[in-house]
Write a protein of this length. Structure first.
Length: 159
């Protein structure tokens, strides 16, 4: 694939109000800046927050760093996602395990941990900042930016 190819990417966390909508906004921006055509979305394993906007702290940290959350509303992962997306990235191993258990056998989607794309990263999972303060959201943003940049580079490479 080349930078002009279209890609589809889904980011997944537990409730789809913190990490995955932040990853969606960051990656969408970085892909657009790099000239990569990509369909980008986010979803949660659970539907507890379905239809809700991202956490206000996500909006604050993201918007303060230039990311847009227009039309960002929580939704639950559905079976069709495994056929509609080329790449599905979980924010942590619990969500990865849930995705693997939901994944239909014939799904062509590549499913993995988002931070696995980052070389020399001390962390393997994007921590859930929900129960902490704003510094946790800033740290989450930094990790997501690193992984988004790594994904942009991966998608630029000819396959």
């Amino acid at each position: 694939m080349t930078a002009n190819s279209s890609h589809s990417v889904l980011f997944v966390c537990l409730g789809n109000i913190c990490r995955s909508p932040l990853a969606e906004a960051v990656f969408r921006s970085k892909a657009q800046q790099a000239g990569i055509s990509a369909s980008v979305d986010s979803a949660g394993i659970i539907n507890y927050h379905a239809g809700k906007r991202p956490d206000p702290r996500v909006l604050e940290v993201g918007q303060n760093n230039g990311y847009s959350f227009e039309n960002s509303y929580s939704r639950q992962v559905v079976t069709a996602d495994f056929n509609n997306f080329d790449y599905i990235f979980a924010m942590d191993t619990d969500n990865l395990e849930a995705l693997i258990s939901l994944r239909p056998k014939a799904s062509p989607a590549q499913v993995g941990l988002f931070l696995s794309l980052v070389e020399h990263c001390d962390e393997s999972e994007v921590p859930d900042p929900y129960y902490g303060g704003i510094d946790g959201f800033k740290h989450t943003l930094q990790l997501i930016e690193q992984a988004s940049e790594a994904l942009v580079e991966y998608l630029r490479e000819p396959k």
